[in-house]
Write a protein that binds this ligand. Structure first.
Ligand code: FE2
Length: 150
């Protein structure tokens, strides 16, 4: 089992590499708001575990094994933040909290969250129950049934 911190690093390395094509120590330090010296230490550990390959001047790349783990963590992150946004958590907070929750949930929970997100996002129209939920959040009561329809 990897530590949460190690998972966060792999996720950050993947995110940065997707944007820039490579990842340097200072990019990770910036992304995770940590000191470059802490990054160097963790990078050494990840490299010892054969999860990344580190070259002092070229930065680092994920090994296939490191990439697999990073993708799983990132998928969990995307699922959780999408779910939180569906229930109207602001995007920035959803992203921040997804990074906390992503390490803790059982695969069954993630799977159901994923199904739920897919269910909502693939709906042909904006779901009416979700509109009701929005009204409920503001008014603290269920919207009244509109009479006369059908
Ligand atoms: Fe995350």
């Amino acid at each position: 089992m990897l530590s949460r911190k190690a998972e966060d690093y792999l996720e950050a390395i993947l995110n940065i590499a997707e944007k820039k094509g490579y990842t340097r120590v200072k990019d990770i330090a910036f992304a995770l708001s940590v000191k470059p010296s802490s990054v160097v230490e963790m990078v050494r550990r990840l490299s010892d575990m054969a999860l990344i390959e580190y070259r002092k001047y070229d930065g680092m790349t994920l090994t296939p094994k490191g990439r697999d783990i990073a993708i799983v963590v990132k998928e969990r992150h995307d699922t959780i933040s999408a779910f939180l946004e569906i229930i109207k958590v602001p995007e920035e907070i959803a992203n921040k909290d997804a990074c906390i929750i992503e390490h803790e949930l059982e695969p069954e929970t993630i799977e159901q969250l994923k199904n739920f997100v897919h269910f909502v996002k693939s709906a042909p129209d904006y779901p009416q129950w979700l509109e009701h939920f929005e009204t409920f959040c503001k008014a603290r009561e269920h919207p009244r049934e509109e009479s006369g329809e059908k």
